[in-house]
Design a protein around this ligand. Structure first.
Ligand SMILES: Nc1ncnc2c1ncn2[C@@H]1O[C@H](COP(=O)(O)OP(=O)(O)OP(=O)(O)O)[C@@H](O)[C@H]1O
Ligand SMILES: [Mg+2]
Length: 327
């Protein structure tokens, strides 16, 4: 029996206003679901719309960005039509985000304990200062930081500790979903592994659903149940992690996997995908991957491929797959 999705995103599209140019279509018609406790990997090259999609879910886009169409349902409740106050009750309390580069965005003049407390006070105004302090200490402990360090300032923390503090902040109000946008960028590899282990353990321990936004397919292989591969703002492929790694059907996913080192075959040369991703304000008319695709044919330059069901729970958008897909 499948349980109702915790989060259900349907046909979500986001544009940015660009002065003097056509709007930039950063995210187009993206759909996915997230079950309680599930880990979804959101992957794709820089600029493919991962952060934009994540921010749109929380309605935290910058002023130039706007949701063109789509639906974001949390526990079957539409988030896109909520008032700003209602949406503020959802953020951090139900869906929290570890922002890309956030560990460098801690306030340098207040203590870590105070900053963790801010999120708690916003959602639980009835808690006494001592209760807030106790909860902040518990959260630090949960992420492996001695609670005595709550009284220290961000500059007294290492990069890895600052990222742990950000995770503690995201968990402050016991959300059901955490979106982790490149949570380990700018950390050395040992610390990266520790932070990813921490997130994975917390997910299992707390039953969290996590969206891991990353360039790193190794992270996805290790931590995720499902994978959404984005290219130029659209879904290239969406399936469970085994299918994506063992039976990728979209040429972009196939090329992306070849660009990733395979430890079982160390002699294999690494692939790089020639060319660049499209600009969202200057998209090609047909398939967005066509200019770089090794299997491109005429129709790819003319018509956008539909997202096809190539096998149960496996979606891919490629004209090559039309013959064996049932729509
Ligand atoms: N405020 C903005 N105004 C105009 N375009 C924007 C704005 N923010 C993002 N974009 C564009 O939207 C597209 C998607 O950007 P986004 O940051 O979501 O990509 P990403 O997949 O998160 O990339 P990265 O892996 O580098 O973090 C990019 O082409 C970007 O230039
Ligand atoms: Mg990003």
């Amino acid at each position: 029996m499948t349980t109702a999705p915790l989060l259900s995103v349907t046909d979500l599209s986001v544009d940015f206003r660009v002065p003097g140019r056509a709007p930039a279509h950063a995210v187009s018609q993206v759909s996915f679901t997230l079950q309680p406790g599930e880990a979804l990997g959101l992957v794709g090259e820089s600029g493919c719309g991962k952060t934009t999609l994540s921010l749109a879910l929380l309605r935290l886009l910058s002023p130039q960005g706007y949701i063109v169409n789509g639906s974001v349902k949390f526990n079957n409740r539409e988030l896109l039509t909520l008032s700003e106050d209602e949406m503020a009750d959802i953020r951090w309390r139900h869906i929290a985000m570890i922002f890309q580069g956030a560990m460098n965005a801690l306030n340098p003049v207040t203590t870590i304990g105070y900053q963790i407390g801010e999120a708690i006070r916003r959602h639980y105004p009835f808690m006494t200062p001592v209760e807030v302090q106790t909860r902040a200490a518990e959260l630090l402990d949960l992420v492996g930081i001695a609670p005595s360090r709550a009284s220290q300032y961000p500059h007294q923390y290492s990069g890895g500790m600052r990222q742990r503090a950000m995770i503690a902040m995201a968990l402050a109000c016991s959300p059901e979903i955490v979106i982790a946008d490149e949570p380990t960028t700018a950390l050395d590899v040992m610390i990266q592994a520790q932070i990813l282990d921490l997130l994975d353990n917390l997910r299992r321990q707390l039953g969290l659903a996590v969206i891991f936004v990353t360039h790193d397919l190794g992270v996805v292989a290790e931590l995720c149940d499902k994978v959404l591969v984005m290219y130029g703002g659209v879904t290239a492929e969406y399936a469970d992690v085994d299918t994506i790694f063992n039976q990728p059907r979209h040429p972009y996913t196939q090329e992306l996997l070849k660009a990733f080192p395979d430890l079982t075959q160390p002699q294999t040369a690494l692939n790089s995908i020639p060319g660049y991703p499209p600009r969202p304000d200057d998209l090609p008319p047909g398939c967005r991957f066509a200019p770089r695709c090794p299997h491109v044919f005429e129709r790819c330059h003319i018509q956008q491929p539909a997202l096809l069901t190539v096998s149960p729970n496996h979606l891919a958008s490629c004209h090559l797959l039309e013959s064996d897909a049932n729509r």
